[in-house]
Write a protein that binds this ligand. Structure first.
Ligand code: FES
Ligand code: MG
Length: 606
């Protein structure tokens, strides 16, 4: 490369690599001259700088054990990039871990998506590899990557291995919950719960079951954005390092087709229909519904063509095939050993849109043709054939009714007492998590095994950040009861189970929400067959309760922002969050960040 070219004032500067976006000083040639001054400070020579620049997002953090293998992955990615003629340059974005992000990691997902989008756009990189894994990271990166619309290749950190306690395999986090429930119920002693605490997460990596992290990893493979083995290879395996090396090599190939491989070009409605088929077939996390809606709504050509009803329609045609916790018995490393996403995609072939494009430029069908999969007894035991599923259809369903005009989600496959799926019972209402904590184990709680437990104020606005508190604990006085119908406007962890209706919309943080005016004793009806969630109140009853609620809020001087109950207006990110987050069925994204977000700004300034 003749570097003098760059300083020839008569020649235009190509808009690739280091030469992108040279606007800072008005004089593009001077901007490039300065940029080279500073990058040379890091020791790069002209030859390196003339190559396609592959940015690598580093989401490692001391507070994120799910990403603790990022340094090794980075080394393997760089090897893949540089062996293929690219220049790898890493940079950080924020890092979110489920247990360490307060009030919830969901509260910060949109911030991470903005960080990701703006750093991809701001920096002179041609292609971006986004390393992530823990629950909210992959959604945030896909949202940001699609909005930035430079070619992006997700690289998943990978699931942890299961541990072992007294000869039994255990793993985060389905077994975290069942062990804690046993300790809470008095059937496990303090020594055992301490011993289990040592073994639930025995290696780095994401939770080792089909929780949100693994679900989003499988969905990303289903979208065609990464190698099939990139979803399930364990975090600590050599297979995972080879996926990283491969991702580096793929990124350099993508750099020669920059315009064709932008996410808004590759991803079509069909790509997302495939992703939803994968979600249903794996019995994936309910959280993925919210995340997928947020991701879809970032894509200008797909936004509005997929709704919660689409998930239900696809569910009716798609059987649950994967025998993994929490819906089944096994762990993610078993899924990997059984053939992982390659085996699943071959199995699902008749249900997939094979013409959907993938990051390599091939269609999904071409990718599958190129790598056949030979089944073996263990593979069909874990990844069932279509005609011998674990559950016939509709692992995840969408319910509507006067209690959820905007929809609600139920993971039917995770129900422990299936009689609750066609059920009517009286509500026992908790106004918020503090109320729940105060009364749930009280002897005075007026509750019976027939009751329907209701928890309000855990929606996107409500808490804020839609905490995973939807698995309301069974009241202690109902010892022996293992499942009850439970309702909330919040989420539940992808690793949890029970007959749990979630994401009720509008949430109770919206002033005229029917869910927000539920009272003790209201009769609630859930019907899986009819896809209905309703309460025995007329429209007029609901309207008069809403009026009464407004009057009470006014008396208490509680501030409303439009129709949102936000209390006192907050400063900073929280203020932005509470006034801008949309409802769960739209993805709980910020209204101004969606593909139609510009219209939101126009509306607000009217
Ligand atoms: Fe990170 Fe479960 S805590 S994936
Ligand atoms: Mg989780």
């Amino acid at each position: 490369m003749d570097d003098n070219q760059d300083y020839d004032l008569d020649k235009p500067i190509p808009a690739t690599g280091l030469r992108q976006g040279l606007t800072s000083y008005g004089d593009a040639h001077f901007s490039l001259f300065l940029r080279k001054v500073f990058i040379k400070a890091a020791g790069y020579g002209e030859d390196a700088l003339a190559r396609p620049i592959i940015g690598i997002i580093n989401t490692g953090s001391g507070f994120n054990p799910c990403h603790a293998n990022v340094p090794q992955l980075m080394e393997a990615v760089k090897r893949g990039v540089q062996l293929n003629g690219g220049l790898a340059i890493e940079f950080p974005t924020i890092s979110l871990h489920e247990s360490f992000a307060s009030p919830t990691s969901m509260f910060l997902r949109n911030l991470m998506s903005m960080d990701t989008e703006e750093m991809i756009k701001a920096q002179p990189l041609d292609v971006c590899i986004m390393i992530g894994g823990c629950d909210k990271t992959v959604p945030a990166q896909l949202m940001g990557g699609i909005s930035a619309n430079k070619p992006v290749l997700p690289l998943i950190t990978g699931p942890m291995m299961p541990g072992s306690f007294l000869g039994q395999r255990i793993g985060a986090c389905t077994d975290c919950r069942s062990s804690w429930a046993a300790y809470r119920a008095g059937t496990m002693d303090i020594e055992d719960i301490s011993g289990i605490n040592e073994e639930l997460a025995p290696t780095v990596g994401t939770c080792g079951v089909m929780g949100t992290a693994s679900t989003m990893a499988c969905i990303t493979a289903g979208l065609g954005l990464m190698p099939f083995s990139g979803a399930a290879a364990p975090a600590v395996s050599s297979a995972r390092m080879r996926v990283a090396e491969q991702t580096g090599a793929d990124a350099v190939k993508v750099a020669s087709k920059l315009n064709e491989r932008r996410p808004q070009t590759i991803l079509s409605r069909e790509s997302f229909l495939n992703a939803i088929t994968v979600l249903q077939a794996i019995g994936g996390s309910t959280n993925a519904v919210v995340h997928l809606m947020a991701i879809v709504n970032r894509h200008p050509k797909v936004a509005g063509t997929i709704t919660l009803r689409t998930f239900d329609e696809i569910g009716r045609k798609t059987p649950l095939l994967i025998d993994l916790k929490p819906s089944g018995d096994n762990y993610m490393n078993d899924f990997h050993n059984a053939g992982g996403m390659l085996a699943l995609m071959h199995t699902l072939r008749p249900l997939l849109h094979l013409e959907a494009l993938t990051i390599t430029g091939e269609t999904l069908g071409e990718r599958l043709d190129a790598v056949p999969f030979k089944t073996f007894p263990y593979s069909v035991q874990l990844i069932r054939p279509l005609d011998n599923p674990l559950y016939p259809s509709s692992a995840l369903v969408t319910l509507y009714g006067n209690l959820a005009p905007g929809g609600a989600i139920l993971k039917a496959a995770a129900s422990k007492d299936r009689s609750l799926l066609e059920y009517e019972g009286p509500a026992v209402v908790f106004e918020n998590t503090a109320d729940l904590a105060k009364r749930i184990d009280s002897d005075d709680l007026d509750v019976s095994p027939q009751s329907v437990l209701v928890l309000k104020s855990i929606g996107p606005i409500g808490n804020p950040g839609m905490p995973e508190a939807g698995v309301i604990p069974i009241p202690r006085k109902l010892k022996g009861v293992t499942d009850m119908l439970r309702l909330s406007d919040g989420r539940m962890s992808g690793t949890a189970g029970g007959t749990i209706i979630l994401h009720i919309s509008p949430e109770s943080g919206i002033v005229d929400s029917p869910f927000g005016v539920l009272k003790d004793g209201d009769l609630i009806r859930c019907s899986l067959a009819d896809r209905v969630l309703e309460v025995n109140l007329s429209d007029a009853d609901i309207a008069s309760r809403v009026q009464a609620r407004k009057a009470t809020l006014q008396q208490q001087n509680v501030a409303l922002h439009g129709n949102r109950v936000v209390g006192t207006r907050k400063r900073g990110y929280r203020g932005l969050y509470e006034t801008s987050v949309n409802q769960a069925e739209d993805g709980a994204d910020f209204d101004f960040m969606t593909a139609n977000g510009a219209e939101t700004f126009e509306r607000r300034s009217e």
